[in-house]
Design a binder for this molecule. Sequence first.
Ligand code: ADP
Ligand code: MG
Length: 750
Amino acid sequence: MIKLNNLSKYYYSSGSVATGLRKINLELEKGEFVAITGESGSGKSTLLNVISGMISYEEGELFIHGETTSHYDANDWEEYRRDHIGFVFQSYRLIESYTVEQNVISALLLRGVSYEEAKERTKNYLEQVGLEGYETQKGSQLSSGQKQRLAIARALAKDTEILVADEPTGNLDTENGKNIMKLFSELAKDKLILVVTHDYEEAKPFVTRKIVIHDSELVEDIKLKDRDTERKDFLKTKQKSQRKYLVWNFLRMNLSSQPLRGVFLTLFLLVAGFAGFIFYGNILSNLDDVTAKQYSNTYFYNSSPLRLIVRNREGTALTKDDLAILQTLAHVEGTDLYGLTNDINYFCENGKDYITNYTASTSNDNSMVNSYETNIFLNDFSKFVRTATGLKQEDLLWGELPSKANDIVIYTTDDTKLKETIPYYFHNQRSWQTNSYIKMEMTICGILKKPTNQTYFSEELGQALVMSAWKTGAEPVNYLQILQSQGENNKLYKKATLKDCIIYTDATFDFTGQDIVLSKKTKQSYEECTKAYLTVSYDEGKGELYDISKQMNESSEKMVAVPEKIFEQLAKELAGSSQIGVYLEDYAYTNQVLEEIKRLGYEVISPFRASMRVYDPKKVSERLISLGIAFVSFAILFILEHILLRSLLRLKDEDYLTLRFLGMGRKIPVKIIAGEMFFFTISAFIGASFLIWISSGFIEQISHLIKYYKPAQFFLLFILFLCNIESATFGYGRHLEKKLAVGQKNGGRL
Ligand code: ADP
Ligand code: MG
C-alpha cells in the first residue's frame, strides 16, 4: 500500500545541503509490523516523516495505494495525514495545556467525531495504554512514560490504517515497553505499523519485518514472519465527517484548558482599551479649536461656555412650550425663557460685587429704581441674570418660585434667610452708560436644593430687562417703571378681550434710525412694532382704529393703535421672548446639544464659541501639541497592542503545528484564534467600560473625557480595537499558515 521508488530527501539550510534519505526503494503492506533501526542520524525519522506526509521529498516517488503522490497538493496531504496516518512523535508533541482527555479528544474531533462521542470513546483508548484515571490531568503534569503512552493513545484514536511511531518506547521501562509492542502487534492485524526503535531486541518478538538504515540508505530489509492479516479493503467507507463544530469545540477546549491565559489576554486588552479610551478622548476633546482662541466680548458679555442661545428660525417669539421642549434635552442643566437677560450683570455682595462709597450723598434710596445713585461703584462684572422660568418647584428645598417682580431664588445652607430682603444692582453693559444701574430690593422667596452662586429672578423682571436690553443708549428707568406701576398694562398678554389698544412708544426709542411707523397693512412695519411695544395702554375712550400716520403726526406722545387681531398676536409674542438661554451640564456636550436643538428646528448658537474669535498663538501651539501627543499615543498603543498580541499568540505555534500533524485544516487555527480573540475583546471591553464608569466617579479627568463620547464614538473605538486585534490575529494566521504548510516544500519543520 505504500511504495517508495528511488526516493531521496535533502535538507537545505543556510546554503548547505544535508542528505536525509538516499534512493530508497521499499514496499510496505497492511498487516506488517515493521521495525526500523539504525544509528542516530541515519535517516529513520526522515523516512517516517516522508511516509506520513509530514515533509516533502526531492527525488523519486512515493506511491500510496499504487497511486503516485506527485500531484498531491496541500489539501491532499492534509487529508492523507488526517485520515490515513496515526503518528507517535519522538518528542510526543502533546498539547501540554490540554488535559489527557482533551489531547485524545482533539484527534477524534479532527476525524469528525462529535464532541460528546469523542469524550466517550476516549476512555477506551486511555484504557488501552493504561492511562485510565488520568483523564483530567494536564499533559504538562505527566511523566515522560505517561506522555509517551498518551501520544500512543492519541494515535490509536485516529484509527488509521497506517500507524507510525518514532522511538515510542524510548522513555518506557521494559515492562511498559513490552506492553506497547504487544499492543502494536495486535493492532497490526489490520494496519501497517512502522516503529523506529533503538532497542531492536525489545521489538523482535512482535515485529514481522526489520529494516536497517545506514547513512541515509536502506541496507537491510528482512521479513521475519508472515503477515497475519485479515485483509480489508483499504478504502474503508470514510466516516461521514461532521467537522462543522470543529472550531467551536477547539475554542471551548482552549478556553477551558487555559482559563488563566484567557484572563491574562483579557486583562491585557482591557488595559489597552482603557488607555485607548483616554487617548481617543483626548483627541476628541482637542478637536474643538475654540480652546485655542481668545474671548472677545463685542457681542456677549456673559462668557460662560455652558450657555447656548436658541431662537426661532423666523425670529418669532418663543414661549414656555419651547422652554419645556428644550428642558427635556439630555445634558441640559437649565433653561431661561428670557435669554436676553443673561448678558445683564447683577451685583449683590456688598464689598465684592459692588463697593459702597459712604462719602458721597445718598439720593432717594427708597425708590425701587434709582439709576443716579452715586455712592455705588460696580466692581465685579462676572454675575449675570438668569430668570427662574426654567426652574420647577421640585428644584426648591424651601419656599416658592418667584411670584412678584422682586422675588428671587438662591442657594444657601441657612434657611433663616428665607423672606430676607437684599439690595441688588443691575447693569446692562450693552445699552447703559457706564455705572448707570438700577437698584431693587429683592426678597428671597425660595431656596434651591442644588448648590450654586446664581440668583434666579422673576419672570416680570426678566421681561422688563428684555425690554431694556433692546434699547441702545437709553436709561433703564422707563422699563422698570412698568413693574413699579403695578398697572394692568404690564400683564399685557392677559388682555385678550380688548377690542383694540394703543401702543405708546418711547420717544427716544429708535431701532432703525427713524420714527416708528406702524401700518396694519404691511408686515414689515408690524415687525418693527413688535420691537417697539414698550408700554401698552388700553384706552377705552377711543374705541376706534386710528389712522396711524396721522396719529403719529398729531400726537407729541407717539401712539400706535392696532386692531384686536394684531394685538392678540402681539400679546402672544410679548408673553414669550425672542431668545431662550440653554445651559449645558458641561462644555463637552456643546456639539451634541447644538445638533439636537437644530434637529428640533430652532436656530442655535454657542455665544462662547461665537465670541472666541481670534486665535491665540500660544494656545494654538498648546492645542496642537496635546492633539499630537494624544494622536501619537493612540497610534503607538495600537501598534504595541498589535505587536504584543502577535508575540503572545506565537506562544501557541507548537500546539497548532501538532494539531496540523494530526490533520487539522490549514484555515482552522486562525478561525479558532479569531474566535478566542473576539471573545476576549468583548470581555475586555465590558471590563474596560466598567472600569471607566467606576473611575469616572473619582478621577475628574476621566469623567470629563466621557462627556466627549457619544455612543457612536464609543462604538467606533470598539470597532477600531476589534479590527486591530483581529488584524493581529489574521497576521498571525498567515504566519501560522506558512509555518504550518506541513508536507509542502519549505514547509513546517519537525
Ligand atoms: P534519525 O532519526 O535516524 O536519527 P534523522 O532522520 O533525524 O535521523 O536525520 C537524518 C539526517 O538528516 C541527519 O543528518 C540530520 O542531521 C538531518 N536532518 C534531519 N532533520 C533535519 C532538518 N529539519 N534540517 C536539516 N537537517 C536535518
Ligand atoms: Mg530520529
